[in-house]
Each structure stands twice: as structure tokens, then as C-alpha cells.
Design a protein around this ligand. Structure first.
Ligand SMILES: N[C@@H](CCC(=O)N[C@@H](CS)C(=O)NCC(=O)O)C(=O)O
Length: 201
């Protein structure tokens, strides 16, 4: 399998899941500004939307959407228990987290990285994110991970997007459970491996 990625971007989430599952993936770096690969190839030919992550699974077009790719990877190694079994209520709870992270966190962060986003819009985004962080912080009370005591794919995705709060120097001092969660995830072997492989450790 080939994972198209950019260091520290949302593609870190599937990368973490692959490392935690012990699944070998070839990492292909993407220049997201030029939409080119290192060899000059056009990334739009891989993913017409031009974004990462994309996963080449060796059949058909690449899989896209971080929330889906992490599930595909987790399902390749069910014994690693990175997603609950399909069809169970727990699976839907994990999918609920993935959808929340994708739409209420990931995509609310995105305008903060764009140089042409007006400051007023950035402030609105930060206020919205603070509300969502509050919800997440409460949900993490008394738990190590989002689904309880076992690390699952939503943790990889949440950890990835929460790391952007540091990059953007957002004030996270009100969210002690999030801080504890990030420390617990960061201490994991598979997470450290992914960070090292992206040059971030
Ligand atoms: N809908 C996609 C969005 C992925 C996304 O926003 N990727 C960002 C990096 S975190 C990206 O590649 N941005 C460059 C671009 O959109 O041109 C998903 O959920 O995976």
C-alpha cells in the first residue's frame, strides 16, 4: 500500500493507524502547493481533489478521506482492534467520533492555515473550535482514550488535528483532559514511529 502524505497534515492519522497495526505502507510525500510528487509527477492524476491523505490499495482509484482510510487500515488488521467490529454499536460510536473530528475539528481548523483568510473569520473559527474542544474535553473525563481504555483509530485522528492547536499557538489551558489525552497518545510506540518517519519526533 502507498500512503500519499505531507508531514504533520491530516495524513498523519492513517500513518499512525498503519504503524499501530504493524501494516507496512510506502510513504509518498506530496508537495501540496505545487500538487507534485518528488519526481515531478502531477498529484492531481493520483487524487483529482489534490489533497492528502490518499491510499493506493492496489485496486481501482486511491481511497481518500482520512476518516475512511483509517477504517480501511484498521480493518486490515482486526486483531489490532483499532476499530470495533463492523455492525456493532461500538463501530457506530467510533464512526461518530471520526465524523465529529472530520467536520467539527479538522475542517474548522483549515481556514486558520490559509494566509488569505480574513482575521475576523479566523476569530470566528477559533471561537467555534474552543466550543468543540470543551465538548471533547468533557468527553475525555475519566477516560484515557475516546472509546475508553483502548486506543482506536479516532484517537489517531484526534491527536493529529489537536497537534495543530500547538502549531497555531491556540490557548488550550482550559482543556486538561485534552492535554492528558495528547500525552497518552504521544507516548505510544506506533505514534512515535509515525512521527519519526515524518521527521516530527
Ligand atoms: N476531505 C479530506 C480533506 C483532507 C485535507 O483537508 N487535507 C489537507 C491537509 S490536512 C490538504 O491536503 N490540503 C491541501 C489542499 O486541499 O489543497 C479528508 O477528510 O481527508
Amino acid at each position: 500500500m502507498k500512503l500519499y502524505y505531507k508531514p504533520g497534515a491530516c495524513s498523519l492519522a492513517p500513518h499512525i493507524v498503519a504503524c499501530e497495526a504493524g501494516l507496512p505502507v510506502d510513504l509518498i510525500s506530496v508537495d501540496l502547493i505545487q500538487k507534485k510528487l518528488d519526481d515531478g509527477a502531477d498529484y492531481f492524476a493520483v487524487n483529482p481533489n489534490g489533497y492528502v491523505p490518499a491510499l493506493d490499495i492496489g485496486e481501482g482509484p486511491v481511497l481518500t478521506e482520512a476518516s475512511v482510510i483509517v477504517q480501511y487500515l484498521a480493518d486490515q488488521k482486526p486483531e489490532a482492534r483499532l476499530m470495533p467490529q463492523a455492525g456493532t454499536v461500538e463501530r457506530y460510536r467510533a464512526q461518530q467520533w471520526l465524523a465529529f473530528i472530520a467536520t467539527e475539528l479538522h475542517k474548522q481548523f483549515s481556514p486558520l492555515f490559509k494566509p488569505n483568510t480574513p482575521d475576523a473569520t479566523k476569530e470566528i473559527q477559533k471561537e467555534l473550535l474552543a466550543k468543540r474542544f470543551g465538548f471533547l474535553d468533557e468527553a475525555l473525563a475519566g477516560k484515557t482514550y475516546l472509546m475508553g481504555e483502548s486506543f482506536t483509530a479516532p484517537d489517531a485522528y484526534a491527536f493529529t488535528v489537536l497537534s495543530w492547536a500547538d502549531r497555531l499557538k491556540l490557548d488550550m489551558s482550559a482543556f486538561a483532559n485534552i492535554a492528558r489525552f495528547k500525552a497518552a497518545v504521544s507516548a505510544r510506540g506506533g505514534v512515535q514511529q509515525a512521527l519519526r518517519e515524518e521527521g516530527l519526533a
